[in-house]
Design a protein around this ligand. Sequence first.
Ligand code: GLU
Length: 283
Amino acid sequence: MIYTTRFAPSPTGPLHLGHAYSALLAFERAQAADGQFLVRIEDIDQGRARPEWEALIFEDLCWLGLSWATPIMRQSERLDAYAQALEKMWSEGLLYQCDCNRRDITEAVGAPQEGVPIHGPDGVIYPGTCRNLHPRSGPVPQNVTLRLDMHSALRRLTGPLIYTETGIAPGDVDVRRTHPIETMGDIVLARRDMATSYHLSVVVDDAAQIITEVVRGADLADATRIHVILQAVLGLPTPDYHHHRLIRDVNGKRLAKRDDARAIAKYRSEGASPQDIRVLVGL
Ligand code: GLU
């Protein structure tokens, strides 16, 4: 199978040095393997995605010297694929409707037992309040929050849940040994205002693009466990994962989208060259 990786930015702000590192690294790994580098626009959050940011992303990537196959994949055009994936999980009784808001959840986990983690890769671990409240039959409920019943999903899956890490701490990771129920819980797969979630879309799209290695920041390593479980539930292949070090600012703080001081566009306007960016990110 031909090596295929992708850079998957969300057009909700300017690309900064951390994105440049991710994109350059992915591009170079594809070149070294004589493979393919793809770009995917992750714009499911239509409230925050802007065409201006998307245009700037392409401009920055071209300026950095990257090229990719077209047409690109855009998540806002893939809602049918996500609906199909939800349909499959719903028909297997693995999803349930959740009516809790953030405050309900915070209150419910107000007094956690000692030693029980409160936060997972997706924020506060859901205490399961709505798990047995609504019937799991009939058509997929629309415009509601749908959660994965993690316990049922893991009971259903009998095979190994393993992925190969090729970046930081390389080796095989056995997801079952990371206690998914306790450390992740029933994660959200569809939201009231958006019939999908980051986790669901990324898994469906990595499979559709036949990605063989996902290159992304180490901040997403914990969420990869969710992705491997979803791949197994949906019968999709698990790619390798190359989680890379994070680019930090001079104070050691992780760069955020709103950290416009590190925006590639800013460096460009100040006369930096693509080579300067490579040096700045340690390539
Ligand atoms: N869209 C995500 C971001 O901009 C990237 C997710 C991924 O690479 O899996 O952080």
